[in-house]
Ligand binder design. Structure first.
Ligand SMILES: [Zn+2]
Length: 192
C-alpha cells in the first residue's frame, strides 16, 4: 500500500489513541494501588484489634480497673472498623480493584498495538485500515466502560502527562515533553 496523506492520518490517529490508552492505563493502575492499600488496611485492622485485646488480656489478666477502659477502647475500634467495612461495601473496593487491574492491562495492550500501527506510517501494509478498524472497535468499547467508572479532570491531566511522557511527545499547551510524573502548572498535563 503506497504512503499517502490518508495513511499518514490513520497512523497519526493511532499514535494519539496509543497515548490516550497508555494514560488511561496509568490512571487505572494508580486506582488499583489505592484500592489495594485500602483493602490491606481493612484486613489489618480486622486482625490487629482483636489480637491486641487478646494479647493485653493474656499478658495482664482481667483486672477490673483497666478492663473497663479496654472494653471501651475495643468498642470504639469496633465501631470504626464497622464504618470502614461499610465504606468498602458501598464503594465496592474489591470490584473496583478488579476492574482497575483489568482496565489497566487492556489499555496498556491497546497502547502497544496502536503504537505498532503508528510506526507503520513509512510503509503502510495493505490491510492497515482493517487492522486499525478492529483495534478502534476494541478501544471504543474499553473507553465506554472506563467512562462509566467516572474519570475526573485531574485524572485526565495525569493520564495525558503519562501518555506524553511514555511516547516522548510534547504537550500542546506548554510545549514540553514531560520528563517526570511531577505535577506542573500546565492546564493540560499538570494540576493533578
Ligand atoms: Zn503541558
Amino acid at each position: 500500500m503506497p504512503r499517502t496523506d490518508v495513511t499518514d492520518k490513520i497512523c497519526s490517529d493511532c499514535w494519539n489513541r496509543g497515548i490516550d490508552a497508555y494514560g488511561t492505563g496509568q490512571v487505572f493502575l494508580r486506582r488499583s494501588r489505592k484500592y489495594t492499600r485500602l483493602l490491606q488496611a481493612l484486613s489489618f485492622f480486622g486482625i490487629i484489634v482483636p489480637l491486641l485485646i487478646g494479647g493485653v488480656v493474656l499478658g495482664f489478666g482481667t483486672k477490673e480497673a483497666y478492663l473497663e477502659k479496654l472494653i471501651t477502647m475495643a468498642a470504639v475500634a469496633g465501631v470504626v472498623q464497622l464504618g470502614f467495612s461499610a465504606w468498602s461495601i458501598v464503594y465496592s473496593w474489591p470490584d473496583n480493584l478488579q476492574y482497575s487491574l483489568e482496565s489497566a492491562a487492556e489499555n496498556f495492550d491497546l497502547a502497544i498495538k496502536f503504537r505498532e500501527l503508528g510506526e507503520l506510517a513509512q510503509a503502510p501494509p495493505g490491510d492497515l485500515e482493517t487492522r486499525v478498524a478492529v483495534l478502534k472497535a476494541k478501544d471504543e468499547a474499553r473507553q465506554m466502560a472506563d467512562n462509566r467508572k467516572g474519570i475526573t479532570a485531574k485524572e485526565l491531566h495525569y493520564a495525558h502527562r503519562a501518555g506524553l511522557r511514555q511516547f516522548g511527545r510534547a504537550c500542546e499547551e506548554c510545549k514540553q515533553i514531560p520528563r517526570s510524573m511531577e505535577s506542573t502548572e500546565c492546564n493540560t498535563c499538570g494540576r493533578f
